[in-house]
Design a protein around this ligand. Structure first.
Ligand SMILES: *Cc1c(COP(=O)(O)O)cnc(C)c1O
Length: 410
């Protein structure tokens, strides 16, 4: 981490300077809160003016292990010194162990590693299509993939082709055909939408960007069963919900569901670098032949070493159990607040959404108030505050955050 001197500049001095540089020279595809973070440790970060904040967003669940986790940093530094990149033109000695460990952890036979979440989703879509033609016997170019209303799966042109958020699509057409939307949480609609050319159903077990939307109990298991009966691949995008965030290794585990295609990302990189993966059976990922698909950085030794350390920490330190108990208690306290502006508190584990009543105004204003109190979180959709701290957060820190959230919501 870069070293920055604190406490000498006037309050907001360095912050203002950095924001001016960023805004003067970068595309405006984000509207960040006005805080410039310079360092982080565990659940805490410090800005360029020396002010400390509790990170209750965790880079959208990429920081499940917190900032600068000693063991993951050590694996990162050691591997960076030893061997960082080979490309898949050659084998590397981290790749085999990574593949063995992640397939074992997730109960799947094969893995195809990529880097970002969107790349893994694209890989899953290509997998489903090729499986549809090669194994299911769908006629050429006829494959259809079902997705959910309110979905978020990334930002590539094909992925935004099946987004129903107008802003994600505006100005980016023409779009990729072959996708159809069904209402999230509605089994009858899913059943009605499945046709002879349907090869896959892509779903988030909890919609993260969509507003921390938890589907009705039995939905995932029901959809899993529908897909099995109709020979459609059940594809779970667990990029945000996976790796202990919701209190189980995978959010699908809450309903005992094993997806045909499992997509991981975010926390798989240990909070250090982009690492993503698609996991499935031999029948499914076996459709790929050399040259069909690839990525220069996918499966690189640095990524593999970091992901191995992340998986080791996750299991050994019982982070899923930790997320379950801390999350449940935190949600109960939020509900007990009885705040007049809160419509609903929902979520699972440490993936928590606080939906505000429309009259309370946009959630973003509350994220700003919380920032002033030293708590960093972010709105998602218009009216929902997302609370998703690192899973390594201490109870004392959660208590500290709760006091401030309570103050802002009262
Ligand atoms: C973040 C996210 C993605 C996209 O991941 P990137 O690494 O930003 O490309 C896809 N699906 C879900 C559910 C996500 O939360």
């Amino acid at each position: 981490m870069a070293h920055v001197e604190h406490g000498t500049a006037a309050p907001t001095g360095e912050t203002a300077r950095h924001i001016a540089m960023a805004e003067g020279h970068s595309a405006r595809n984000y509207a960040p809160l006005p805080v410039v973070i310079a360092r982080g440790r565990g659940a805490w970060v410090e800005d360029v003016d020396g002010k400390r904040y509790l990170d209750m967003l965790s880079a959208y669940s990429a920081l499940n292990f917190g900032h600068g986790h000693d063991e993951i940093v050590a694996a990162f530094v050691e591997q960076a010194r030893t061997l960082a990149l080979t490309s898949r033109a050659f084998h590397n000695d981290q790749f085999g162990p990574f593949c063995e460990e992640i397939t074992k952890l997730c109960g799947q036979e094969l893995v195809l590693p990529m880097n970002t979440g969107a790349e893994a989703v694209e890989t899953a879509l290509k997998t489903a299509r090729k499986w549809g033609y090669r194994v299911k016997g769908v006629a050429g170019d006829q494959a259809e993939i079902l997705c959910c209303e309110g979905n978020f799966h990334g930002r590539t042109i094909s992925i935004v082709s099946f987004s129903d958020d107008p802003q994600y699509r505006d100005g980016f057409g023409p779009f990729t055909p072959g996708f159809k939307l069904v209402p999230y949480g509605d089994l009858a609609a899913l059943e009605a939408a499945i046709g002879p050319n349907t090869v896959g159903f892509l779903v988030e077990p909890i919609q993260g960007e969509g507003g921390i939307v938890v589907p009705p109990a039995g939905y995932l298991a029901g959809a899993r069963e529908l897909c099995r009966r109709q020979r459609v691949l059940f594809m779970a995008d667990e990029i945000q919900t996976g790796l202990a965030r919701t209190g189980r290794l995978l959010a699908c585990d809450h309903e005992g569901v094993k997806p045909d295609v499992l997509i991981l990302g975010k926390a798989l990189g240990g909070g250090m670098m982009p690492v993503s993966a698609v996991l499935a059976s031999r029948e499914v990922l076996g459709v790929f032949s050399p040259g069909d698909h690839g990525s220069t950085f996918g499966g690189n030794p640095l990524a593999c070493a970091v992901a191995r350390a992340a998986m080791r920490v996750l299991v050994r330190d019982g982070l899923a159990e930790r997320a379950a108990s801390l999350g449940e208690a935190f949600m109960a306290r939020l509900r007990a607040l009885g705040s007049p502006i809160v419509k609903e508190v929902r979520g699972r584990g440490l993936l928590i959404g606080i939906e505000l009543h429309k009259e309370a105004g946009p959630a973003k204003a509350y994220a700003k108030k919380l920032m002033a109190e030293g708590v960093l979180c972010k709105d998602t959709v218009e009216s929902v505050l997302r609370i998703a701290p690192p899973l390594v957060i201490e109870q004392d820190d959660l208590d500290w955050a709760f006091e401030r959230i309570a103050r802002v919501l009262r």
